[in-house]
Design a protein around this ligand. Structure first.
Ligand code: G16
Length: 543
């Protein structure tokens, strides 16, 4: 075995997006492409000599090869130990947990999340730091800078170990420990939730279906929901992770999880339904005949978290990304706890969680989580919901309706225009930015603009500032339209338009969402010139 130094040339397209570097698989298959990015991570991350690295991914096509590459490069870059999930598998929250449990210097997570997989699908590499969370912007900027002047990488010429057998082997001077990907995570969940109460509720007739979408949560959900909590075999569907996710998008929303939505609307619907995404950090929550929006789910979980043993002492605060609806703000106000509004991206929650300022965080993009790890966590949200249902003895729809009655309803929808011409999308955003200063006071139908800005965030813990995080147009009365470009797409640009209207009157809580938001939807087109600039008359996805 020896360590090789390989000459390479920089690639000019390795800028990490909202969540690491995501590209089509053939991009990553170019000679040296993955190696360059991994070396840039190691160079930028200031890894302590002999430190521990956690490695795993969501099992998508190319996962196994890159896990092997990471291990061989870690051995050549001074790590003392690599902890890797069996078969190279780790869900994103399980990886975050392992980084924390093992006091690792960091972790490399291979995933393109909810994006499709397979030879022509997407792949991604993300670096998480010692607190278990995604690298903050300062670190991702250093990684990007390093990708641009890299001329060599280091790699062991040893063969990557067989990943199928738990146990410890050695490469160069580094231990490679292969672990069961589920065990530590399942143990953590048992410390947070009342498994006895959930088990009793399931035994007493609380029926459920969990759709793992042929992605990473299959083994986790089968172990926890079926084996430990007693849900009948078959409650977890699409439970076997596949390299191409069975040809689908492992994206838990009404479009890509339509079979689950249909099942929850059918005559033999279970009481509770849920799905997670490619790497297990997103969640979708459903009840008989109802899909709970992620923003409402965040607010409801925050309002009821004290019913689970891990949060029995109450929560210290809530954080949400800026485009997420303000439903959670009303809960924070009632509980008299802190409320923080951050840019899109879980990495912005890390400092708030580390400082104890918040316990629960959430995003409109189907992410919720708490201070138990530093990533959003799909199964965590499912278990907290089940814990709440078990304690309250109510159905999902009843809990949602009661919540609206208490706090009011924030009608909410996100419209995505996918694979839009990049230049057209950037021009649309530039045009909006150029008009912000003159927008206040303008009237659109019954809506009057009270405030318009391009969101910027000053981290209250380390003082770092992030600008250009999305155009907010706020109307008197609190309705909002937010425009931003996604930072996770791999083709063209994805324009996201977020629409929100608050309704206090319970008699008006039963409107179809599109009807409640009609005036805002029309106004978004008038202000954003969406049709004119993108040529699109309808969004591709409404969530
Ligand atoms: C990632 C980030 C999330 C973000 C989401 C959408 O999720 O971790 O914080 O909300 O992307 O980002 P964008 O609107 O820029 O596409 P995931 O599940 O894809 O890792």
């Amino acid at each position: 075995m020896s360590i090789l130094t390989v000459e390479t040339r920089p690639f000019d397209n390795q800028k990490p997006g909202t969540s690491g570097l995501r590209k089509k698989v053939p991009h990553f298959q170019q000679p040296n492409y993955a190696e360059n990015f991994i070396q840039a991570i190691f160079d930028a991350a200031d890894v302590p000599e002999g430190g521990t690295l956690v490695v795993g991914g969501d099992g998508r096509f190319f996962n196994r090869e890159v896990v092997g590459t990471v291990i061989r490069m870690a051995a050549a870059n001074g790590f003392g130990r690599v902890v890797v999930g069996r078969d190279g598998l780790l869900s994103t929250p399980a990886a975050s947990n392992l980084i924390r449990q093992r006091k690792a210097a960091g972790g490399i997570i291979l995933s393109a999340s909810h994006n499709p997989g397979g030879p022509d699908g997407d792949f991604g590499i993300k670096y998480n730091v010692a607190n278990g969370g995604p690298a903050p912007e300062g670190v991702t900027e250093r990684i990007y800078a390093r990708t641009r002047d890299l001329s060599q990488y280091r790699i062991s010429d040893a063969q990557a170990p067989d990943l199928s057998q738990p146990g410890t082997t050695r490469i160069e001077a580094m231990d490679v420990e292969i672990v069961d990907p589920v065990a530590d995570y399942a143990a953590l969940m048992e410390t947070l939730f009342d498994f006895d109460a959930i088990r009793a509720a399931i035994a007493g007739g609380l029926t459920l279906r969990f759709d793992a979408m042929h992605a990473i949560t299959g083994p986790y959900a089968t172990e926890i929901l079926e084996r430990r909590l007693g849900a009948p075999a078959g409650s977890v569907v699409n439970a076997v992770p596949l390299e191409d996710f069975g040809g689908g998008h492992p994206d838990p929303n009404v479009v890509w999880a339509a079979p689950l939505v249909d099942h929850l609307r059918s005559a033999n619907a279970p009481a509770f339904g849920a799905a997670s995404d490619g790497d297990g950090d997103r969640n979708m929550i459903l009840g008989k005949g109802i899909v709970v929006t992620p923003s409402d789910s965040l607010a409801i979980l925050a309002a009821n978290a004290h019913l689970a043993k891990g949060y029995a002492g109450g929560i210290s605060g809530i954080a949400r990304s800026m485009p997420t609806s303000q439903a959670a703000d009303r809960v924070a106000a009632k509980l008299k706890i802190g409320m923080f509004e951050t840019p899109t991206g879980w990495k912005f929650f890390g400092n708030l969680l580390d400082a104890g300022k918040v316990t629960i965080c959430g995003e409109e993009s189907s992410g919720t989580g708490s201070d138990h790890v530093r990533e959003k966590d799909g199964l965590w949200a499912v278990l907290l919901w089940l814990n709440i249902l078990a304690v309250r003895g109510m159905g999902v729809a009843d809990i949602v309706h009661e919540h609206w009655k208490t706090y009011g309803r924030n009608y909410y929808q996100r419209h995505d225009y996918e694979e839009v011409d990049k230049k057209a999308a950037e021009d649309l955003m530039d045009s909006l930015r150029g008009r912000l200063a003159s927008m206040a006071g303008q009237r659109f139908g019954t809506l009057v603009v009270s405030e318009a800005d391009d969101f910027s965030y000053k981290d209250p813990v380390d003082g770092s500032v992030s600008t250009g995080q999305g155009v907010r147009i706020i109307f008197s009365g609190g309705s909002r339209i937010v425009f931003r470009l996604s930072g996770t797409g791999t083709k063209g640009a994805t324009l996201r338009v977020y629409l929100e209207r608050f309704e206090a009157n319970p008699d008006k809580h039963g409107l179809p969402v599109e009807e409640a938001l009609k005036e805002l939807i029309d106004t978004a087109d008038a202000i954003g010139e969406i049709r004119k600039r993108t040529g699109r008359s309808e969004p591709d996805v409404r969530t």
